[in-house]
Design a protein around this ligand. Structure first.
Ligand code: SF4
Length: 360
């Protein structure tokens, strides 16, 4: 079934490491943007959907009533499957009672909260607007409104961060019994304030050890490591994001939103005002069969299941060149190849770019 994605390109302030498309906003702009999204929804072909995801930016900044307005438009235009997953990304500093009440009433059943660290100095370095204390209060408040399907974000590879510090942050988050944890390595993106500050990041080997230590900790806590950066309790995978990795279709609405819909990839330009004026998405270059195959390999090798032999053969034909490349890496503990197909181990995840280069 189809997934729906809404990009909310607003943030109260820019974090020091962030290169996503987002900017400060006003009440008038948020109203106009919500109206533009509703208009686009009304123009969509009616279909059955089973996931809805509000990403950003900071969707929680839009406020409960605007998010509910968008969901009402969705319910009018689309058919929602039973147990549709409805996720809203939230920052701790924009979580409050009116927001949670409105989201609960609107049927939102999953919150993704950008905590990033349990250390105040790390949060300051990242330019986050919240303290860890605020994050704790936000999580508790969300739980008190019945949001038990919580996804929390952490970052590793921060300047000055040791393995012990990351594990301490993870331990703090585990105390809230989240359903899902995402853990992303910091990348210094050109043009960001953090990039310009030339911080010294932990050495690659140190980052690798930190990542593997986190994997061990989360496995011991009962989490499934189902994607390079994502861990969940059994049955709590992010169903919407899984569509990106398994080549399912999704329709994205909003400035900078991407779609893979009816076999085509297209995206709205990174221009909020143009979206409000009603611009249309731009078709991305038609991919040839080699590009499609490379993209499939890249996305599937991010997951614990990896490349499924039968599925690959149905889509692209002979699987044996893949197997001949990946099988020798098994002796180095980087891959596992069996009857089902080939996948990367956690050590393999660490060098996934190099392995993908070998394949494509
Ligand atoms: S809240 Fe997220 S999208 Fe907004 S500036 Fe920070 S990292 Fe970027």
């Amino acid at each position: 079934m189809l997934g729906l994605y809404f990009h909310i390109p607003f943030c109260a302030a820019k974090c020091s490491y962030c290169s996503f498309y987002s900017s400060p906003t006003s009440v008038a702009q948020m109203d106009a943007y919500t109206a533009a999204l509703c208009k686009k929804i009304q123009a969509c072909q009616s279909e059955t959907i089973d996931t809805i995801y509000f990403g950003g930016g900071t969707p929680s900044l839009l406020g409960g009533s605007r998010l509910a307005q968008i969901l009402n438009a969705v319910r009018t235009q689309f058919t929602l499957a039973d147990h549709t997953e409805i996720t809203v990304e939230c920052n701790p500093d924009s979580i409050d009672r009116p927001l949670l009440q409105a989201l609960h009433t609107a049927g939102v059943n999953r919150l993704s909260i950008g905590v990033q660290s349990a250390h105040e100095d790390e949060l300051r370095l990242l330019g986050r607007r919240h303290t860890y204390c605020q994050a704790q209060s936000a999580i508790k408040l969300a739980q008190s409104y019945g949001f038990d399907n919580l996804a929390l974000d952490l970052m590793y590879g921060l300047p000055g961060q040791t393995t012990a510090m990351l594990l301490e942050s993870a331990e703090q988050l585990l105390a809230f019994q989240p359903a899902h944890l995402s853990c992303y390595g910091l990348k210094l993106e050109e043009g960001t304030p953090l990039f310009r500050a030339h911080p010294i990041l932990p050495e690659e080997d140190e980052q690798a050890e930190t990542y593997l230590a986190l994997c061990r900790m989360l496995a011991a806590a009962g989490f499934e490591h189902y994607e390079i950066s994502n861990f969940c309790r059994p049955g709590k995978r992010a169903r919407h994001n899984s569509k990106y990795w398994d080549f399912s279709e999704y329709l994205g609405l909003g400035a900078a939103a991407h779609s893979f819909y009816h076999g085509k990839r297209f995206a709205y330009p990174q221009d909020t005002e143009a979206f409000i004026r009603g611009n249309i998405p731009v078709l991305e270059e038609p991919v040839n069969s080699f590009d499609t195959r490379a993209e499939y390999i890249m996305l599937r090798l991010r997951t614990a299941e990896g490349l499924c032999r039968t599925d690959f053969e149905q889509r692209f034909g002979d699987f044996s060149p893949i197997e001949h490349t990946l099988l020798p890496l098994q002796a180095h503990g980087l891959t596992i190849c069996d009857e089902a197909g080939c996948r990367l181990t956690e050590r393999g995840f660490l060098v996934s770019n190099a392995i993908i280069c070998l394949l494509v």
